[in-house]
Design a protein around this ligand. Structure first.
Ligand code: ADP
Length: 219
């Protein structure tokens, strides 16, 4: 049972994938993590991957596919996977069809205003990467991580102007893909987050219940 998950930056898609992994035992394949790992190994392709990632532009398809195929081949077929960050466009979607069967598409839909509020008040620990939110997940001491006392910082791209740009890019890239999958005979589940304080775990519960109802739980 193989799935793709879609969600804008700040939609809680990462937390949601982690929750699905915990509940269903499915492997999560993050395209950006896979590429980050590849960028750090000294190969003939690592420099190209690094410069594309630094520039925020897409890594060329043939490189992405090479690492995706390798990563997917490490997963026993009976385990299944959730693919996060691939495909990013229709060309990649069509290429994916040639290498793997997709049984389910998940979409985490979060209104832009919630994403902007959430990301603008997000703070991250410099040492352990723990995530806080100044509105509903505050650290005990201002600017200090509860876990290890590390200093909390704000990502430079977590400001409303850049967030809006990232959201526009997501919509431009993803809406044609969502339409594409909606016209296929693949179950398509959308979870819609309605309030600022709703934790990503609600999306996990929603998807898990739905997947069980569809009888697709054999990840
Ligand atoms: P994150 O939010 O985890 O940092 P992004 O989805 O923004 O991840 O991806 C980071 C970078 O990785 C992108 O800017 C791009 O260079 C590369 N990347 C990720 N997924 C793909 C993909 N499917 N095709 C090409 N490049 C990709």
């Amino acid at each position: 049972m193989n799935a793709i998950i879609f969600g804008a930056p700040g939609s809680g898609k990462g937390t949601c994938s982690a929750g699905l992994k915990e509940n269903l035992g499915v492997n999560v394949v993050s395209m950006s993590d896979t590429l980050r790992l590849a960028a750090n190994q000294e190969t003939s392709l690592s420099q190209t991957i690094r410069s594309c990632m630094q520039a925020g532009s897409l890594v060329p398809d043939e490189i992405v596919l090479k690492f995706l195929k390798k990563r997917l081949s490490e997963i026993p077929e009976e385990n299944g996977f959730i693919l996060d960050g691939f495909p990013r466009n229709l060309t990649q979607a069509k290429k994916l069809e040639k290498i793997s069967q997709i049984d389910l598409v998940l979409e985490v839909e979060v209104p832009d205003w919630i994403i902007i509020e959430r990301l603008s008040s997000r703070r991250i620990c410099k040492t352990c990467g723990a995530i806080y939110n100044l509105q509903f997940l505050k650290p005990m001491v201002e600017d200090v991580c509860d876990e290890d006392g590390g200093l909390l910082y704000q990502r430079p791209d977590d400001n409303p102007t850049v967030i809006n740009r990232r959201l526009e890019l997501y919509e431009r890239e993803t809406i044609p893909l969502l339409r594409y999958y909606q016209t296929r005979k693949v179950p398509f589940i959308t979870y819609t987050c309605k309030t600022l304080a709703t934790p990503a775990e609600r999306a996990v519960e929603y998807f898990v219940n739905y997947i069980r109802k569809l009888n697709l739980a054999d990840f």
